[in-house]
Design a protein around this ligand. Structure first.
Ligand code: DAH
Length: 370
């Protein structure tokens, strides 16, 4: 059952006179022509062609006319409504086309405009520096080895001939982890990676081990509680100090340029015997000991012509045996350098802290090394 026709309001019924119908049609056509956009046209449609528009109401009244008047009124109203609907459809097409054309212009992307691209980051000089060092050795057929920064006390010390009471343990101010019975340290050097490699690999062994190390040092221009080392280890039959010297000379030349070599000074490390400190030709005065163009001493090496670079030696047979290497058949050499220190030399940095403080104005200067 249909409900009451609530839309029907006899008071609003439009008279069906011909001029009223024509006037309603003309008002509708004028409003359609005047609609400036799709939103306005929607309103016009509601007002002039909707259920409560003059023409719709007139249409409803046709049935109430005497039969002889119905035909003419029906025709007139039908034509008027037809004209209005046609005008609406045409205006709709025009306005839609205009709308699309406007969107094309307004939302066009100018691909020639400069972009606001963020500057590309550069990899940290320590990362690229460590890679450069590794590449020099990979170029000689060596491999790269890594180990954990939280290390077993045994690997950091004992395996390297640094027993619990060895006085040299105090040379390396160690961070111990809790609880002490775990016997774990933040590794004080990269040398435990030597021990790890010998324990897991059969000679010949040729490895470089770059990595982070920790010591309870005050933070200043030349010290940091966290810094970086690169360790080298070669184990083979018949390895001599001569191989060590040749390898480090090549490393120095590749890192600092032709004419830069090394010299050895006798020293002591528990894991090597004999041991030596490695000095590098001063890269500022290139060994002359003099300030450029003057008779004054070079400031960097204080007139020495050499600067301290690291430690090295022939691997102590006790270390070979502790790490399962046949010390009758094999000998080896090892060395260790500070990467941070090496980069300070290479780039003329005066303050080690620049490498750790994350200031992009510093690190992007190394962007070209990407
Ligand atoms: N591990 C030593 C240190 O941190 C450096 C070092 C010296 C490493 C001699 C070696 C070496 O492999 O043979 O002071």
């Amino acid at each position: 059952m249909s409900g009451p026709n609530t839309d029907y309001d006899p008071v609003e019924v439009t008279p069906l006179k011909a001029e009223e119908v024509d006037a309603a049609r003309d008002a509708a056509l004028a409003a359609i022509a005047g609609a400036q956009d799709l939103e306005q046209l929607k309103q016009v449609r509601l007002e002039h062609a909707g259920d409560r528009s003059a023409l719709a109401l007139a249409n409803r009244e046709i049935g109430a006319l005497p039969p002889q008047a119905r035909k003419e009124a029906g025709q007139r109203i039908g034509q008027a409504r037809g004209a209005v609907n046609k005008a609406l459809a045409e205006r709709q097409t025009v306005l839609e086309a205009e709308h699309e054309a406007r969107i094309l212009v307004e939302e066009a992307v100018d691909v020639t405009l400069p972009t606001d691209r963020r500057p590309a980051g550069a990899r940290h000089p320590l990362t690229t520096g460590a890679e450069l060092i590794a590449d020099i050795f990979v170029g000689m057929g060596w491999e790269v080895a890594e180990g954990p920064v939280i290390e077993a006390e045994w690997l950091n010390f004992d395996a390297l001939n640094l027993g619990p009471d060895h006085p040299a343990r105090t040379m390396q101010d160690t961070f111990w982890t809790d609880p002490p019975e775990d016997h774990l340290v933040l590794r004080t050097h990269t040398s435990p990676v030597q021990a790890r490699t010998m324990l897991t690999t059969t000679p010949p062994i040729y490895v470089v081990c770059p990595g982070r190390v920790f010591r309870t040092d005050e933070y200043d221009a030349t010290h940091s509680p966290m810094f970086h080392q690169v360790e080298g280890l070669a184990i083979d039959e018949g390895i001599t100090m001569g191989h060590l010297k040749g390898t480090l000379d090549h490393f120095a030349g590749a890192m600092f340029g032709e004419g830069i070599t090394t010299r050895f000074r006798p020293s002591y490390f528990p894991f090597t015997e004999p041991s030596a400190e490695v000095d590098l030709t001063c890269f500022v005065c290139r060994g002359s000991g003099l300030k450029a163009g003057s008779s004054e001493s070079c400031r960097t090496c204080r007139g020495e012509g050499w600067i301290e670079w690291g430690g090295c030696g022939i691997v102590n047979p006790r270390v070979l045996r502790a790490c399962g290497v046949d010390s009758d058949r094999y000998t080896g050499f090892a060395f260790g350098m500070g990467i941070d220190r090496t980069l300070m030399f290479r780039h003329g940095l005066e303050d080690l802290r620049a490498l750790f403080e994350g200031d992009v104005r510093f690190t992007t200067a190394f962007g070209s090394e990407l």
